[in-house]
Design a protein around this ligand. Structure first.
Ligand SMILES: [Zn+2]
Ligand SMILES: [Zn+2]
Length: 269
């Protein structure tokens, strides 16, 4: 079975199309299950964080939930899950606020995503000069140590786009295998699932998140996988999943993770 657990809506302010159009496209592409996972309000962003406005407002959360539940009733031919993508900030106060926000709805799953290194939103095109100023390998190390911290928090189910830091093509020259192995080992310990996110293929990186070699390490460490397109327009639903399925099968993976009310169930691929 193929599912797509990473779908945004116009509430995040940078996606297009109605939620109905996303569902219709999923049906057209033969998906049996999808999950909406728009951005949890960014109110936990610590003071001094550089401009980022990609999330819905707290006042929109209940409407978002109600829209997903309504679609679930209107389209019994496809399973529709209520998910959310939550940012990770390591500051204590931010973690407390994120936890409080996550309590507001009965989610099927929570994607945890690291979009920031310190105050810097690493996947925003506004701050690319920051990459020029830094040692890339050290920046990747810093990024992955935040990912590991997020994994051990115990408040997320799925680790989002594991190496999104490469989005704009800034990659260290060094071999990254030891970083991949560390992250895989820690994710396994945390009990979390990782997603293969196909949106990287549509960006300058021109590669899935995480990179195929990273996927191999995660699979070897026996970290379960799920799938996401990170759709910001209906046409992106389930995009490039054929490639991902053959990659996973070539690595011997024959099941993927699905979630209901935050309980993981493995389904055959
Ligand atoms: Zn994200
Ligand atoms: Zn996303």
């Amino acid at each position: 079975m193929i599912l797509d657990y990473h779908i945004h809506t116009t509430r995040c302010g940078h996606a297009e199309g109605t939620m109905v159009e996303y569902v219709e496209k999923a049906l057209e592409r033969g998906l049996k299950e999808i999950g909406f996972s728009d951005h949890l309000p960014l109110s936990p962003a610590p003071e001094g964080t550089w401009s980022c406005d990609w999330a819905m407002q707290e006042t929109e959360l209940q409407d978002y939930k109600n829209d997903v539940l309504k679609l679930r009733d209107e389209y019994p031919e496809i399973t529709i899950k209520l998910g959310i993508e939550a940012d990770f900030f390591p500051e204590k106060e931010s973690i407390a606020k994120t936890k409080a926000l996550l309590q507001l709805c009965d989610w099927d799953y929570v994607i945890g995503s690291v979009h920031h290194v310190g105050p810097w939103p690493i996947d925003s095109s506004l701050y690319l000069t920051e990459f020029e100023k830094r040692d890339l390998y050290k920046t990747y190390e810093e990024y992955f140590s935040l990912v590991i911290e997020a994994a051990h928090l115990g408040i997320f189910d799925i680790m989002g786009h594991l190496d999104v830091i490469k989005k704009y093509g800034y990659r260290p020259k060094e071999d990254l295998s030891s970083l991949y192995i560390d992250v895989a080992k820690e994710l396994k310990k945390s009990g979390m699932v990782f997603e293969i996110n196909t949106s990287g293929l549509r960006k300058i990186a021109k590669e899935i998140y995480p990179a195929p070699l990273f996927v191999k390490e995660l699979v070897e460490a026996k970290v379960p996988v799920t799938l996401g397109s990170d759709s910001h327009s209906p046409d992106e639903v389930g995009k490039d999943f054929g490639y991902v399925v053959s990659l996973l099968k070539s690595l011997g993976v024959d099941e993927i993770a699905s979630f209901s009310k935050r309980k993981k169930v493995m389904v055959s691929l």
